[in-house]
Design a binder for this molecule. Structure first.
Ligand SMILES: *[C@@H]1O[C@H](CO)[C@@H](O)[C@H](O)[C@H]1NC(C)=O
Length: 483
């Protein structure tokens, strides 16, 4: 009897696990995980932690820009007739122009990987269902046997009268219960499981079809053309002042010694003039990249959603050389905007932002926080205390990637590298309170078990959502500071 009940419970549990419908959005789970990670606690016996880094202060003082003149009457910008085709996505055709066209190839490989997992799960589930059907049969036979035994006993009881009546009553109750279980509860549970399986199969079929279509699309580098706006400038503020007042892709040339390159200009937020240096929004670009990629920049600058020009930003990292160069033109401010999976938005803004050159491994200096996301970059994670919090400050840190360890976690020890564990290139300390280039987790909440190294490697901003919530969108933009 006991194992019968147990089986009932098992079936019930499987039935209750949540398989969402196709049209249903993946909802963020309302679980709050109060388990601040970010830091690497000190082993007092063997380690010392030195929080001090000799970093130059960020560039401050007079700007090359005066305040904005009041609304110059400038007409809408025009776009050049000549179109500049770019290869992008799978292959990188013209490097200095930046990669432009997202083909979804990276997305594809992510899906393929997932599909492999799902297939395993399904065949396991199928086996479970088969086992269940088999044991249901066994039980059926058992109960059948019981029915016969009962009938015989009833005969006996009729002969022996009251002596066995009480015993038989018990047996009959149990028998009725078991019979009910095998004739209605079990089959219906098995049916439910079967339909869950069928649904998953259908989903996989659809994914397979999508992948096939994607494979075709990725045979050759796609060519999407982005007309280059006529207006160009040193950076997006310059472009704004020259009349480029629509957000979109522009060509900039901060310095006449360097080739012009493409960036996405945000010309609306806080009156515009922002050069986007980082953007995440759908996980279509892999940010777990090596030093050279972070130095040169990677990803898709912008794309066209059918308006005839590239007005939507893609996922990209502008490149440490370019970011450094732009930030050293003069006093520069940075705006980091982020969004969670329920659509809430917060931001962190720093009035001063400077990134040194590659010679010093791109040391970060920032100051002058405002905003509502929390000042992790300067003060560390507010959920940590003492030394632990100090370990998560980013100001004054060098840039690290998985193949170039410049962090402040036992320098020189190859087994202690923040970037290896936390998923992206960043100004890691020991290790982070913010991880904007971390792994992209669909849906927000994730767990230790889902992380590659058990660390909080998501797109994390600890002072807003803690260590175990990965944001939906994140963007970093810079602008010459002017009063
Ligand atoms: C630092 O973190 C470790 C483990 O996370 C904890 O045991 C220790 O008490 C923390 N120290 C402080 C000062 O909070």
């Amino acid at each position: 009897m006991k194992w019968l009940l147990l089986l009932c419970l098992c079936v019930y549990a499987v039935q209750c696990s949540d398989y969402d419908d196709d049209d249903e959005e993946d909802k963020p789970k309302p679980v709050k995980v109060f388990d601040p990670r970010g830091h690497r606690p000190l082993d007092k016996k063997r380690e010392v932690y030195n929080p001090v880094r000799n970093a130059p202060p960020p560039i401050s003082g007079g700007s090359r820009y005066q305040g904005r003149p009041t609304e110059a009457p400038v007409g809408r910008q025009e776009y050049e007739k000549q179109e500049q085709p770019d290869a992008g996505g799978c292959t990188h055709a013209s490097e200095e122009m930046g990669e432009l066209c997202p083909t979804g190839c990276e997305l594809k490989s992510a899906i393929v990987k997932q599909e492999r997992n799902v297939k395993g799960e399904v065949s396991k589930l199928q086996k479970d269902v088969d086992d269940l059907s088999r044991s249901a049969n066994t039980i059926y036979n058992y109960v059948d046997g019981m029915s016969n035994a009962l009938r015989e006993r009833q005969l006996v009881s009729n002969e022996n009268g009251d002596l066995v009546t009480r015993y038989t009553d018990d047996l009959e109750t149990q028998h009725a219960f078991a019979k009910e279980a095998i004739t209605t509860v079990f089959p219906s549970n098995i049916r439910i499981l079967q339909s869950v399986l069928d649904k998953i199969r259908l989903k996989i079929l659809r994914v397979e079809k999508a992948i096939l279509a994607q494979k075709d699309g990725c045979q050759e580098p796609c060519t999407v053309s982005c007309p280059i706006p006529v207006v160009s400038g040193k950076e997006c503020e310059d472009i704004f002042r020259k009349g480029g007042k629509d957000s979109g892709m522009y060509l900039i040339q901060p310095d006449s010694f360097y080739q012009p390159y493409k960036v996405y200009c945000d010309q609306t937020t806080q009156k515009g003039g922002w050069t986007t240096v980082q953007n995440r929004m759908d996980g279509s670009v892999d940010f777990g990249r090596r030093w050279d990629d972070y130095r040169r920049g990677f990803g898709n600058i912008a794309f066209d959603v059918g308006k005839g020009h590239c007005s939507n930003p893609g996922e990209y990292w502008l490149g440490n050389d370019r970011i450094s160069q732009l930030s050293k033109l003069g006093p520069t401010e940075i705006l980091m905007e982020m969004q969670d999976w329920s659509g809430s938005k917060v931001y962190a803004q720093y009035r001063q932002f400077t990134v040194q050159g590659e010679m010093t491994n791109y040391i970060l200096s920032i100051d002058g926080y405002s905003g509502n996301a929390g000042n992790g970059l300067l003060e560390g994670a507010s959920t940590l205390f003492g030394e632990n919090r100090t370990m998560t400050i980013h100001n004054g840190m060098k840039f690290s990637t998985y193949d170039r360890d410049n962090d402040n976690w036992t320098p020189g020890d190859p087994s202690k590298q923040c970037s290896r564990e936390d998923g992206g290139g960043w100004w890691y300390n020991r290790c982070h309170s913010a991880n904007p280039n971390g792994r992209y987790y669909w849906g927000g909440s994730y767990t230790r078990n889902m992380a590659k190294h058990g660390t909080d490697d998501g797109m994390v901003w600890m002072n807003w959502k803690g260590s175990w919530y990965s944001l939906k969108a994140m963007t970093m933009k810079i602008r010459p500071f002017f009063s």
